[in-house]
Design a binder for this molecule. Structure first.
Ligand SMILES: Nc1ncnc2c1ncn2[C@@H]1O[C@H](COP(=O)(O)OP(=O)(O)OP(=O)(O)O)[C@@H](O)[C@H]1O
Ligand SMILES: [Mg+2]
Length: 309
């Protein structure tokens, strides 16, 4: 049995190893892959608040990627933004609408650095383990999804081991590794994203006027230059192997209140506008001049609802 990090075995992480004969069978029927793009788009537009850039990019890139029966390279998305803005939520939506058994599919692989790669001194060992683990899971199912959350806690130098899997390189593995989807998630870049959002507000513009092009470049630079991004001086960034950097904007009080109302409705208390108002008023908003955006996005909403309900 292979091990990924000290903490859990590969099987526990969701990857399955079978005999070669069975692997071939899996490749030919695309495993549990049952993408439903319309449902994904609906979920993004209905349940993700205040994130027009993420909605557009994720819908467009996933659609484009899946329409191509023979992609030249995998889909590689990198999500950035402050805490509680919906990054992990969107990564779950992807799993939910791409596989028959949703996020519990054995072909959706989630990595948590603090759990799987806890010791910075063991990078060499982790590199070997990560590479053989990704390769093993791709052999099992070409349509695998790999989610790397909390990238800022990933030891520098580790992620580059995935470089051959992410590009259109000539290195050929036993499977079509170009059909996989990778999602990296971190808060790195939140300063540039939030700065742009504040300037947009101060200029009295619509949130939708925040354009992607300026942000993409700024995020790529920040990620490359920050030694806590997981991509510090990474050849993955240098070689432009990230299909798209996806900015998550800070959420305003209006968005927080939508989160509160939606969660209240799920609990059967749709009518409690007093709780919506109370939770909205109880968040901390930044910057101190203007108080435009919730410092924890929608993250603290369930705890605060318990307080006021
Ligand atoms: N933009 C949003 N629209 C609707 N709900 C949201 C949004 N952002 C966050 N939420 C709610 O808040 C919860 C926490 O968000 P999520 O875990 O996706 O944050 P995150 O961006 O991954 O933060 P962190 O960087 O701390 O991990 C979600 O499960 C969801 O209920
Ligand atoms: Mg998260």
């Amino acid at each position: 049995m292979y091990h990924l990090g000290a903490a859990r075995t590969i099987a526990q992480l969701g990857g399955i190893y079978r005999s070669n004969a069975e692997s071939k069978l899996q490749d030919s029927c695309d495993c549990d892959f049952k993408p439903n793009i319309r449902d994904l788009e609906w979920d993004l537009y209905k349940n993700l608040y205040g994130q027009h850039l993420a909605q557009d990019i994720v819908s467009e890139e996933v659609t484009r990627f899946l329409q191509n029966k023979n992609p030249e390279r995998p889909l590689v998305l990198s999500f950035h933004g402050s805490s509680g803005t919906g990054k992990t939520m969107v990564s779950s939506m992807l799993g939910n609408h791409l596989y028959g058994s949703a996020m519990s599919s054995p072909y959706v692989h989630q990595f948590v650095p603090t759990l799987h790669f806890p010791l910075p001194g063991r990078v060499k060992k982790y590199r070997e383990e990560l590479k053989s683990w990704v390769q093993g899971n791709l052999t099992e199912c070409a349509r695998s999804v790999f989610l790397f959350d909390e990238m800022e806690k990933l030891p520098p130098g580790l992620i580059d081991v995935l470089e051959p899997f992410l590009g259109p390189s000539h290195v050929v593995f036993r499977t079509n590794y170009r059909k996989a989807i990778y999602v990296f998630i971190s808060t790195t870049g939140e300063e540039v994203i939030n700065k742009m959002a504040v300037e947009n507000r101060q200029a009295g513009q619509d949130r939708e006027e925040i354009k992607l092009a300026d942000l993409q470049k700024a995020i790529a630079e920040t990620v490359y230059n920050s030694n806590t991004s997981g991509f510090f001086h990474s050849s993955i960034i240098q070689q432009k192997l990230i299909t798209s950097f996806v900015p998550f904007l800070p959420l305003s009080r209006h968005h927080v209140e939508r989160c509160v109302r939606s969660q209240l409705c799920q609990r059967g208390s749709c009518a409690r506008s007093d709780v919506v108002e109370a939770v909205g008023g109880d968040m901390i908003y930044t910057p101190s001049s203007g108080k435009y955006f919730s410092s924890t996005g929608c993250k603290a909403v369930p705890a605060k609802i318990n307080l006021f309900l």
